[in-house]
Write a protein that binds this ligand. Structure first.
Ligand code: BGC
Length: 926
């Protein structure tokens, strides 16, 4: 479970939950806080946590801390401020707790208590059955796909508190006494509904009143019963034929009595204005069929209502949702509007994005407005929709008329688009009548990256938009065509970048559950999670594909590195181990069999996306060694020493087999491709002595492509990091700054606003790429973002969770400035450098309770001044032994301005850094 955090007013960043940790999983509470302390060397030396139970569960007073004491940790001398476990008596279900923390600082002073934060438990887990509640659905004679359901009940008095626990097979939108409950969209999201379904909790105390009350819910197909997977021309309802609802109100009276009002046959259903709603195809809404006041208290007379139908399902786990749901984010106005023919308008929003249109329209009853979405336009200015394949991405709105402005914003679909065509108009649209509304899973932005090169900044913008557009419920490949699946390979190559732009820990934790749910009995991880392909093609479809299935080990490992939470490793450890065991048992003398995807979409093979020249056996064996090496570290971290040794020995055998099979005596790899050398170097598969030769071969393969990349999904993320690590920063910058095809900046120079799926998704010579698979919003090649933050900006980590930062900018490529910032689990960190007339200025920020290793971009420490002082006069700075002939310093928390003189200034300056006495890191306070 994610740790509760202090509220935003007490610690700078907002909580992991944008709202509140309501509906908390009853077990496994852990606490985290951030220090807000700008003093040099600010750090925690002890912590003291108190938890109280609050009886009145109405919305808490800000900062309030009062209630029945439940746990008092006492003062614990520890510097830990993340993931501190609750160690009091078992938490009770349906209970609100307040907590606070007090810490002792680095000077030994006790700081004041923090203000209170709170969390509230929901059902004890596992909880397959809720009181007085069963699944219900609509009668088949109604429109069973988009029914309205409701229940009216009477309260003798206003309750002390009330919670709605609600979920659906399909999608739900809840209303209470006419008002919408919460702001979440596309709830309850996507899981493998045959195994687990998540439920949401809403505090509805304020929505209830004495007398009649009506709870209403609208259902739609969503992932459960809608189109999913390619060839979505016919209904494919993979999980079930029609949506169903499970909801219960828990109402606590003023006297403390508890009443449950759940879904059962006393509920009523009716057809409403939704004719159909589908994630791929869009929403069809006929406003003439609206049911005004249908869930008011009491409801108005409208529609024909029938009893809801109870329905039995095999028991599945019901889990409290930990991840924020999909939310509406910003609204984008049109940048241009054209009217190619009467009644038809084509609008450009200037940004490829994910979301829906909000339209304001005034027209006669029955006027049918059609909205078609597209990422691109053709030369003739018409929408380019061929790449959507069978996804219709079309919304239809039928006006109810009456002379008033009507607002249409679909609620049970989403589209990936930059352009929309609106037809059926009877009057011209004004710019103010249309907005693109951005939707995606709620995530807290954490990182910024900027340089002096506007094209690189646009690349960063493309990466960020690619992430936003594909972080809707699961990490998807693309948001527009008939696919939108949680492809494991895409997710693993992008996760390091993702952790910079947004706090994605809750998002991936949830998805890792989807991934382990989908793991086969033999240990193979699937290609997509939730595993739709198993539903489409049956359980015998091949899985366990190299670089895709490896997400099962790589994603938890990256999460641990970036957020410092060992729990993610512990939770996934057995699944990760089973994947290694699977690989071991299905390899031949430690060589993996060919894979389905190869170096997906690489340019060095045939036209097939998987036809790269780098053989699947090489890719698979390299990844086998890589993930086994990770597991040796994971096992050791978790204290499984024997297992760790086993993994280390296994890795050794795999590496030996790799060299025997794929490496010639002149260190040429059998396939002699960029990706082959990249894998061998990145995963340390070659003997030390051979590495320089391999780097030379890598350069040769680059030269063969005129110093352009030819890599696909597997090789691309490794290019810049490997070249940098092996002393060819110049080549890394050269590839990054290429504007000619194929390169990262080629799409940018051609107007891209998101990452393209293919290097040649569009070219001036050939126009649009292979229409069978050509998304303009695929994040995989955005994996370069991680290197941009870490190497160009210089913001990296040397200990998990950024407990110790590694600040090491590598200016180059003609850039005159770069700046990276990240809201780490400890607070804001940044590294920003720019060239000045007198050298290079480097500003850094090291958050409280952390330290940093600094690699000033200097040849010698003689060139370095800190805050106007010689670095060794600065009490925040400590000398460290040079690494790889680079000068290194260490520092405590604080902000520093470093000035690095150009090398020639230092030639005769007299001081030799080796003569400097190291200063102990403990003496840093001023
Ligand atoms: C997806 C990719 C994915 C690939 C693997 C494609 O259809 O869009 O991103 O990794 O299939 O086969």
């Amino acid at each position: 479970m994610s740790p509760p955090r202090l509220p935003a007013d007490e610690c700078m960043p907002p909580s992991l939950w944008p709202d509140s940790p309501q509906g908390f999983n009853v077990t496994n509470a852990r606490f985290a806080w951030k220090l807000r302390d700008a003093r040099l060397g600010a750090a925690q030396t002890s912590r003291h946590i108190q938890v109280v139970r609050v009886d009145d569960t109405s919305i808490p007073q800000a900062n309030a801390f009062a209630g029945e004491p439940v746990w008092d940790s006492g003062e614990v001398f520890s510097t830990d401020s993340l993931y501190v476990p609750y160690e009091g008596p078992p938490l009770e279900p349906h209970t609100r707790y307040h907590w606070r923390v007090r810490i002792r600082d680095h000077k030994g002073h006790l700081l004041p208590w923090s203000s209170a934060a709170w969390f509230e438990t929901a059902f004890a887990e596992p909880s397959p059955n809720w009181p007085a509640t069963g699944w219900v659905t609509a009668n088949d004679s109604d429109n069973p796909q988009c029914p309205h359901l409701r229940k009216t009940f009477t309260l003798a008095a206003r309750p002390r508190s009330a919670r709605l626990y609600i979920t659906a097979r399909g999608l739900f939108e809840a209303r209470l006494n006419g008002g919408r409950v919460g702001e979440d969209l596309l709830t309850p999201g996507w899981t493998d509904y045959t195994r687990r379904i998540e439920y949401l909790t809403y505090d509805v105390t304020a929505n209830l009143s004495t007398g009649p009350n009506t709870l209403g819910v609208i259902l739609a197909d969503g992932w459960y019963a809608g189109h999913l997977g390619w060839n979505a021309a016919t209904p494919n309802r993979h999980y079930g034929p029609k949506p169903a609802l499970l909801a219960v109100l828990r109402i606590v009276g003023q006297d403390g009595s508890v009443r449950w009002i759940g879904t059962d046959e006393s509920w009523q259903t009716a057809c409403g204005p939704l004719i159909s709603a589908d994630l791929y195809h869009g929403e069809h809404y006929d406003a003439r069929r609206e049911l005004p006041g249908w869930c008011d208290a009491p409801p108005h007379l409208c529609g024909t209502w029938q009893p809801a139908v109870p329905i039995e399902f095999p028991a599945v786990e019901l889990n409290a949702r930990e991840l924020s749901s999909v939310r509406q984010h910003e609204e984008t106005p049109p940048v241009s509007m054209r009217t190619p023919s009467p009644g038809r308008c084509i609008i450009d929003f200037g940004q490829n994005l994910i979301g829906v249109i909000r339209l304001r329209i005034t027209a006669l009853a029955g006027t049918k407005i059609t909205l078609r979405h597209a990422e691109m336009v053709q030369n003739d200015g018409e929408l380019y929709t061929a790449n959507l394949r069978s996804a219709r991405a079309t919304d239809i709105y039928v006006c109810c008329g009456g002379g008033r402005a009507e607002i249409f914003q679909p609620r049970f679909t989403f589209h990936g688009f930059r352009y929309v065509e609106i037809s059926g108009l009877t009057a011209p649209l004004q710019s103010d009548d249309v907005r693109a509304v951005v939707l995606h899973t709620g995530m807290t932005p954490t990182g910024t990256f900027e340089t002096s090169n506007p094209l690189l900044n646009q690349l960063q913008s493309c990466i960020r938009w690619g992430q936003r557009s594909n972080f809707l419920e699961v990490p998807t490949d693309c948001p527009q065509r008939d696919e939108r699946l949680g492809w494991t390979g895409d997710a693993q190559v992008f996760i390091p970048t993702a952790t910079f732009n947004y706090d994605v820990a809750p998002f991936y934790r949830k998805w890792l559950r989807d991934l382990t749910d989908a793991q086969r009995a033999d240990g193979a991880f699937p290609d997509v999670a939730p595993d739709l392909l198993k539903l489409m093609y049956g359980p015998d479809r091949r899985t366990g594909n190299a670089a895709w299935a490896d997400a099962g080990v790589i994603c938890p490992w990256v999460l641990y590195q970036r957020y410092g939470d060992t729990d993610v490793l512990a939770r996934n450890y057995s699944a990760m181990t089973r994947w290694i065991d699977y690989q071991e048992s299905t390899s031949c003398n430690h060589i993996r069999p060919a894979t389905s995807f190869g170096d997906w979409l690489a340019l060095d093979g045939g036209p097939s996306p998987s036809g790269s020249l780098t053989p699947g056996e090489l890719i698979g064996t390299a990844y086998f060694a890589h993930t086994t090496g990770i597991m040796a570290q994971v096992a050791s971290l978790l204290g499984h020493t024997a297992e760790s040794l086993r993994f280390a020995a296994l890795r050794h055998h795999i590496v030996t087999a790799f060299n025997r099979r794929f490496v010639a005596t002149d260190v040429r790899l059998t396939s002699d491709t960029q990706t082959a050398y990249l894998l061998a170097l990145a995963f340390d598969l070659l003997p030390e002595a051979s590495r320089p030769t391999a780097v030379a071969h890598l350069e040769r393969t680059l030269k063969r492509h005129h110093y352009h990349l030819a890599t696909g999904f597997v090789g691309t993320p490794l290019l810049a990091p490997v070249l940098t690590r092996f002393g060819r920063l110049d080549l890394a910058y050269r590839l990054l700054q290429n504007k000619t095809y194929p390169s990262w900046l080629f799409p940018v120079a051609n107007g891209a606003t998101t990452m393209w799926e293919r290097w040649n998704s569009w070219t001036p010579d050939d126009g649009f790429g292979d229409v069978n698979m050509n998304s303009f919003n695929h994040y995989a090649y955005g994996s370069i973002g991680d290197w941009m933050y870490r190497t160009v900006g210089g913001l990296d980590l040397s200990e998990p969770g950024y407990r110790r930062l590694l600040l090491r900018p590598r200016p180059g490529g003609g850039l005159t400035s770069a700046a990276a910032s990240l809201d780490t689990p400890y607070g804001l960190a940044s590294s920003a450098w720019h060239q000045t007339a007198t050298g290079l200025e480097w500003n850094i920020l090291v958050p409280p309770n952390t330290t940093a290793l600094l690699f000033p971009p200097a040849r010698s420490l003689n060139e370095v001044r800190v805050d106007g002082l010689a670095w060794d006069d600065h009490c925040g700075i400590q000398f460290m032994e040079p690494q790889e002939q680079e000068p290194v310093l260490a520092c405590v928390a604080g902000s520093y301005r470093l000035h690095i003189a150009p090398p020639e200034n230092s030639i005769n300056s007299g001081t030799n850094e080796t003569s400097i006495t190291p200063q102990p890191i403990a003496n840093f306070s001023r």
